[in-house]
Design a protein around this ligand. Structure first.
Ligand code: ZN
Length: 63
């Protein structure tokens, strides 16, 4: 079901179709509001898993 329209010629586009089939205008797919939040959470999780907090505490002189 086409739910978006080409911003140039108003031709119907599929949800995941970025290039208009009629005029070849690039129509960026709008990202949901939570994409940057989920992305940030994933990056934070990776950093958390990669960083050895024992070493960090030793460097800071906490231990
Ligand atoms: Zn178009």
């Amino acid at each position: 079901m086409a739910t978006r329209l080409c911003r140039n010629c108003r031709a119907p586009l599929e949800e995941d179709q970025e290039i208009c089939p009629a005029c070849h205008t690039h129509n960026p797919i709008p990202k949901p509001w939570y994409v940057p939040i989920v992305g940030g959470a994933i990056v934070a999780l990776i950093v958390y898993l990669l960083v050895d907090f024992g070493d960090v505490a030793r460097v800071l002189g906490i231990e």
